[in-house]
Every structure is written in structure tokens, then in C-alpha cells.
Design a protein around this ligand. Sequence first.
Ligand code: ADP
Ligand code: ADP
Ligand code: ZN
Length: 217
Amino acid sequence: MQLLLMGPPGAGKGTQAAELVKKFDIPHISTGDMFRAAVKEGTELGKKAKACMDSGKLVPDDVTIGIVRDRLAKKDCAKGFILDGFPRTVEQADALAGILEGLNQPLTKVLNIHVPSEDLIERAIGRRICKSCGATYHVKFNPPKVENVCDECNGNLYQRADDNEETMRNRLSVYEDSTRPLTEYYKKAGIYLEIDGRQPIDKVTEELVNVLSSVKD
Ligand code: ADP
Ligand code: ADP
Ligand code: ZN
């Protein structure tokens, strides 16, 4: 099963991908997570990505497409995958179509988690992430049992540098300009479905799992 999770920043893509990984046992491929890991390690890729991420702009298409091409070629993707946060431009979507054609792994479903923009800033500002395992929390909507401590691994939680109001406004406007047009792109392909992301986390998961249970891979 080859899934694409779409939706604006803060819609719940990462949160839902983590649930779908447990359910379907396929890898979660998040370009944002890959860039953050590269920034942390101080690699060339990290240096290229950091300034764009800090200001809420997109990392250039050629860089982004290259890392996804390499990742999808890995063995663990042969049984399927969940793409999260890629593609974000029409150029990336065209490149992805070519990559997947080469792998003979067409997209099974494109699931767009819809959340109105007025909710997204609060979601991003309250987001907290585990330093050790990457689990995602929210100070109000999904708090850990102990403040700032991960339920899964006892790791410390941190706040992403780009999860502030100013950068978030830029990210939302980049989403409107560059990424929203992709919904039309995938609607034409007949594999597109919109999910109401304003529901509680477990309800969104339930809806996704229901949709996917009827899909054959
Ligand atoms: P969110 O989950 O809030 O949408 P991500 O973790 O997906 O954020 O992305 C964080 C940042 O990483 C983006 O603002 C952008 O700078 C960069 N990034 C992630 N994915 C892409 C992509 N497909 N193309 C270009 N830049 C990307
Ligand atoms: P994305 O990957 O799309 O940027 P995340 O999955 O990281 O989004 O979620 C953004 C923030 O919103 C996180 O703090 C997360 O705990 C919270 N969140 C996710 N889904 C929901 C939901 N359905 N209702 C309320 N808060 C949510
Ligand atoms: Zn953890």
C-alpha cells in the first residue's frame, strides 16, 4: 500500500502516520523529519535545508526530490510506504510520479487531512516532540502524562524552532501558494480523499483505517 498523507502544517499528518505505521507495518517517510535529522547531524543537506526551514520556506525541489528518490529505493519500501509532507509542489508531484512508475509502485490513496487555518497556528505552537523517539504531543490536545516527558520512552520533549507564530504564518502562505494546487492534481487521478481533521486524534485515525481497510494493495 502506497499512501500519501497531505494537509497543511499542523493538520496531524505525522500523528496519523505514526498510527498507520503500527496498523499496516509500512515505513513512514517524512521529508520534514529527514531534514531535521540532517540539521541535527550538521550534514551538507542539513546546511542547505536549515535556512529555508527556519523561515518557513520550502527547501529547493532538486534537493528534496533527491532525498525522496534515495529513500524510496530502500528495501523496506518494497511493501509500501506512507509519504508525509512530500510532495509539496507540482514539480515534486511530477517527479514522484516518475519515481513510482520506475518502481512499479503507484500511489494507492492520497488522503488529505483538512483543518481550517485558524486552528493550525494553535496546533503548531502547542506541538511538542520527543527528542529520543520523535513521538508528537500537544500541550492541550494531546498532553503527555508527565509534563515534558515522553509517555513512550521517558525522553524529554522539545519545541521545533519553526513552530512559532511568525514562521507558521509563512508556512501557511507557502502551503496555499505551492501545495494546495496539488489537491486538484490528485483529484484528477481519482485516488484522492478528504478527511475531516478537526475531529479528535483517535476519530481521525478510525476514519483513515476504515478507508484503508477496504483498499486492496
Ligand atoms: P509540518 O509537519 O508542520 O508541515 P514538516 O516537518 O513537514 O512540517 O516540514 C518542516 C519544514 O521542512 C518545511 O517548512 C520546509 O522548510 C521543509 N520541508 C519539508 N518537506 C518539504 C518538501 N516536500 N519540500 C520542500 N521543503 C520541505
Ligand atoms: P503535521 O505533521 O501535519 O504538521 P502533527 O501530527 O505534528 O501535524 O500535529 C500538529 C500538532 O497538533 C501536534 O501537537 C499534535 O499533537 C496535534 N494534533 C494532531 N492531530 C490533532 C487533532 N485531531 N486534534 C487536535 N490536535 C491534534
Ligand atoms: Zn519518546
